[in-house]
Design a protein around this ligand. Sequence first.
Ligand SMILES: Nc1ncnc2c1ncn2[C@@H]1O[C@H](COP(=O)(O)OP(=O)(O)O)[C@@H](O)[C@H]1O
Ligand SMILES: [Mg+2]
Length: 327
Amino acid sequence: MAKPDAELPELPGLEVPADLLKPTTPRPARPSEPAPVPASGSEPGRPRSAEAVSTRLYKKFPVPEALAEHGPARVIAMCNQKGGVGKTTTSINLAASLADYGRRVLCVDFDPQGALSAGLGISTHNSITIYDLLIGRVQDPRQAIQQTGFEGLDVIPANIDLSAAEVHLVTEVAREQILASILRKVADDYDVILIDCQPSLGLLTVNALTASHGVMIPLECEYFALRGVALLIETIEKVRSRLNPALELDGILPTMFDGRTLHAREVLDRVYEVFGDKVFDTVIGRTVKFPDASVAGVPIVEFAPTHPAAQAYRQLARELVARGAAA
Ligand SMILES: Nc1ncnc2c1ncn2[C@@H]1O[C@H](COP(=O)(O)OP(=O)(O)O)[C@@H](O)[C@H]1O
Ligand SMILES: [Mg+2]
């Protein structure tokens, strides 16, 4: 339960290296494509109030052009070491929305809970999973890839086996680069590869960050949500300096926003203050439809396509393309 607003402590301070706040480098346009849409809007400065927040909420992005050719994929890690912030929900619905726009998308379930696999209706019992690839029991990632019921959307599933992976990998040579070398083998088959990370900053998450071009951080609009972000930013910085200099922060995605509470708006304002244009204009509201859709094993964009949350995720897909973070 949220505390009454009057009792809330000061929001924590947060320092983000300027380098991480630079806009995502747009993917070079292919000759057959029209010029890219300029990145998010032109209004100067940063939104400062709840009013500014709602202006951002209503920003529109164009439906992306169809792609004449596919691949190589841009790899994006969905990352936050806090659980229950919407990583899996975002991976599923962003992936389904991008697939709806004709993109070829591969989702990698990188959490031993297997929630992404389940949420897309994939059974992980007796399946080849990401674990088999990581430990080298299976060499070809295509053997692990499963098609979902949604055109253009494939999955490499995970199950509880993955919880043993860190122990196995610790003694491997180049243990941080194992996922990157797996994904490289199928990158040409996809436009976007989304990695749904587990809630930790351990070796698996470092593998995900090392394999990625960009990282998206879903952030619950809740008072204590900012606490862990400093550590996450530090981890991203370490991976950038030691393992993957090309890694970019694609953006912070505010999730579970409830505009009726003052503290949700205050948290959002603070996030804009710290991260500026790195915060997606799209904000995901809090809704009970998500648990319903999860139980049904389908993305909300398919389960309830006209629901505002489904519209928000389609908007996020359009925004990602407009920002140059996806094909
Ligand atoms: N915008 C939202 N509003 C309400 N519930 C949500 C929302 N997004 C996700 N949920 C629910 O919150 C729980 C945690 O979400 P999930 O995506 O699994 O988070 P994570 O992967 O970060 O642990 C799930 O039960 C999910 O259905
Ligand atoms: Mg999850």
